[in-house]
Structure formats: C-alpha cells, structure tokens
Write a protein that binds this ligand. Structure first.
Ligand SMILES: *Cc1c(COP(=O)(O)O)cnc(C)c1O
Ligand SMILES: [Zn+2]
Length: 406
C-alpha cells in the first residue's frame, strides 16, 4: 500500500527499512502511497471531528499499529477580517497551529513518527531541535514510554520549549554549537547507537504533517485557497503541506492546487537565495541569526523538497527582517487576538511585504500558517514591548495613571 522512494534517483525501498536517506545516493526519501488502493469518500471521513487521524486512509501505518495520539490537529482556521481590511486583500485566514497539544504543528508529525517508531521496534528516540520538535517528541515519547533524547543549541532555545522538553521527561543535551551542528551530530549518534531519529528528515513524520494541507481545504469546504504562506526553516512543513495537497488532488478530492509561498528570516535565508538563483540545493548560511529561533537554520536538510514545492506550485520565496517579524507578531495579536511565536509571524510579515511589492495580488484568497504559540517564547515579547507602568497601591495615584493611559 505504501513504500519509500528516493526523490533523487527514484530507488524504492520497503516500509520496514529503517532508513532516513537513500542508501544508494544519499538523496531524501519520500513515502509513496498507492492512491488507487485507497477507497474513501469525503463523507466517510468522520465529519464530526478534525485531526490527523481523520485522514487515516492517507496515513501510512499498518491496520494493527498502536497509534500514539494526543488528539493533535483539528486546529482553528481563523477568518481574520481586521487584518484583511488593513492589508486590502480579498480573503485572509490564519491556521492556528499553536492550538496543538504541545503548541506547534510538530505534533502532527510526531503522532505518526512515534507510532512508526513503535512499529519498527525502537526503544529510544532522539532529535536535534530549535525547540518545538523536542517539546513535541518529548510528549509523544512519554505516552509511548520510549526513552527520549534531545539535542538543543545552547542558549538559543526559547524558554517555553526548553521547559516543555524537560517537563515531559526528555534527556536534554545542550550542544555547544548551533542547530545545524546539533542535527549533524544526532544523525550520527542515531546511526551508531541504534536510536530512532525523529527530525523532519524522517519521511514518516512528514506524513503526519501533510494533514495540515488536508485540514485547510477540508475546513474551507473543499474550496482550495489561492495561496498558502508558510515559514521555512528545515523545509519539512512546507514540503509536507504540498505533498498532502497533491495527494488530495490526485485522489480527486480537490480540483486545483494552491501556490506555496515560503518565508524565511533575512539572517537565515538559504532557501530564498537558492530560489532566486534557480538552484535545486542550498548553499548553507554559516552563522544563521534571527529572533525567530524556530527558523534559525543555515543548512536546511529538506530544501530540495521545498524548492520543488514552491516551483511546481507557482509560488515564491521571500525573506523578512526581524523588525518586520516582531511588528507582524504584534499586529496579529492586537488586531485578531491570536498570539504566535516570531517564526509564525514571519508569514504575516511576508504577506505584507509581497502585497506591497505587488508580487501577491490583492484579489487572492490566502491562508497564513501560524506554526507555534506565543507562549513558546515569552522573553522576546517582553523584550520587544513597552514595560508595564508601575503605580503605588493608592487610589488617587491609580486614577491619574488610568486617566493617562485611557
Ligand atoms: C519547526 C518550526 C518551523 C519550521 O518548520 P520546518 O519544517 O523546519 O521548515 C516554523 N515555525 C515553528 C513555530 C516551528 O516550530
Ligand atoms: Zn537515491
């Protein structure tokens, strides 16, 4: 019903094989579903609920698999009319992935990834992470009773994410280096010490994440938006969304495809550079730097998949500054009541920039994917906002202060 295939040399492998890249050429692997073996109608997919396992027929796990779930997915798709008016665009939505159990879309991937880890008989799982992957993996590993090791770059992980990994019982190792170095190390340690790797290079994880694409069109009553805007870090999510939508298109659930538009931070924009220069692979950025720590990645492993998704779909890649990101974070919070972390706000910043430059048409129907919750990184909010006004515990003084701020 499904197998693994190399996106570079097309070699295929059975699903039982515990590999993350092509043993023959080192290329990225992708799960290939045999869509003609799937028989389900829209109505048969349980209409009472949303979530990753609503689309079980499209999820590559065996019938008898023990599914590890925290009821992930099923997140709100907000129609954001205040922002829509301000931007002067036809129709605008925010897909709020911060509403997932651990506060980011990573949960969609981990429910499938950890289910697969059990199927493959793993006893320990590991990842390198800018934060959210570790928070998510730690919580799913806890339910599955698997040992969990996470490698985080020292001092660069947002406080909420670090706290979650610790809370859920992961063994946290702070690597004196950046994310790219941590990922390189964890890949080798997993190979040599028989630990199951759950970074987004793991093709099974991306199968869960493709449900984000499924859910967007499902929530729009199968009316495909013109464009989906996604923050791009390691390139797992943007390519997974595209894969899911292509499957629904080929299966016949939708009759067209949206443009995938990826946003990076200026200080960590290797995919934007590759896109502009027409390359299929990225030239790594040496010292990536941005307030949006979730996308502070210089050598994204799945870049060829995202570049393919953006080009195939007729989308584009754009970079935004930290200042634009923090401004967009406040706009979304103050106009729409939606609190997101900086990486997520990059999509709003990117939309604003691309509308102003005319690269996105105001006549479009657009979905911005807000990937993670504001409380993941409370420090950046405090640091980039006005401090609270202090006031003595005195009624007369308080009235003066209130009169001033009203
Ligand atoms: C992981 C993450 C991203 C980047 O996704 P990739 O799949 O690495 O491109 C963006 N935003 C948030 C909040 C994340 O946790
Ligand atoms: Zn290959």
């Amino acid at each position: 019903m499904f197998h693994l295939q190399c996106i570079k040399c097309n070699a295929t492998y059975p699903p039982e094989e515990r590999i993350y890249t092509c043993p023959r050429c080192g290329g990225l692997l992708e799960v290939v579903l045999e869509l003609d073996k799937i028989h389900v109608t829209k109505e048969e997919m349980d209409p009472r609920w949303m979530g990753v396992w609503k689309y079980r027929e499209f999820m590559p796990v065996s019938e008898k698999a023990r599914i590890i779930t925290l009821t992930e997915g099923g997140t709100p798709l907000h129609r954001v009319d205040n922002l829509r008016e301000e931007f002067g665009v036809k129709e605008l939505y925010v897909k709020n992935e911060g509403a997932n159990p651990s506060g980011s879309f990573k949960d969609r991937g981990m429910t499938v990834g950890v289910t697969k880890a059990l199927e493959l008989g793993a006893r320990a799982v590991a990842c390198a992470s800018t934060g959210n992957t570790s928070a998510s993996l730690a919580s799913f590993a806890a339910v599955a009773r698997l040992s969990c090791i996470v490698l985080l770059p020292t001092g660069k992980t947002a406080m909420g994410k670090l706290a979650q990994a610790i809370l859920h019982g992961a063994r946290v190792i702070a690597i004196e280096g950046n994310f790219d170095e941590a990922l390189e190390l964890v890949r080798r340690v997993c190979d040599e010490m028989n630990i199951y790797l759950l970074n987004s290079i793991n093709p099974w994880r991306l199968e869960g994440q493709k449900s984000l694409g499924f859910e967007i069109v499902d929530q729009l009553e199968w009316e495909v938006p013109d464009r989906i805007i996604v923050p791009v870090g390691n390139c797992g999510n943007s390519s997974a969304i595209w894969k899911g939508l292509k499957e629904f298109y080929e299966y016949g659930f939708i009759d067209r495809l949206p443009r995938i538009t990826g946003i990076q931070a200026e200080g960590a924009a290797p995919v934007v550079h590759a896109y502009r220069e027409g390359l299929d692979e990225v030239v790594p950025v040496e010292n990536p730097e941005t307030v949006a720590t979730a996308i502070r990645i210089g050598a994204p492993v799945s870049a060829p998949k995202t570049l393919r998704a953006v080009r195939e779909s007729g989308g584009l890649m754009e970079a935004v500054s930290d200042e634009e990101i923090l401004h967009a974070q406040k706009m979304l919070a103050r106009r729409e009541g939606i609190g997101v972390e900086p990486a997520s706000a990059s999509t709003i910043a990117g939309l604003k920039k691309l509308l102003e430059s005319g690269e996105i048409d105001s006549d479009e129907r657009i979905v911005c994917v807000a990937t993670g919750h504001a409380l993941k990184d409370p420090e950046i909010i405090i640091k980039s906002s006005e401090a609270p006004i202090t006031c003595p515990a005195d009624m007369e003084r308080l009235k003066k202060v209130v009169a001033q701020v009203l």
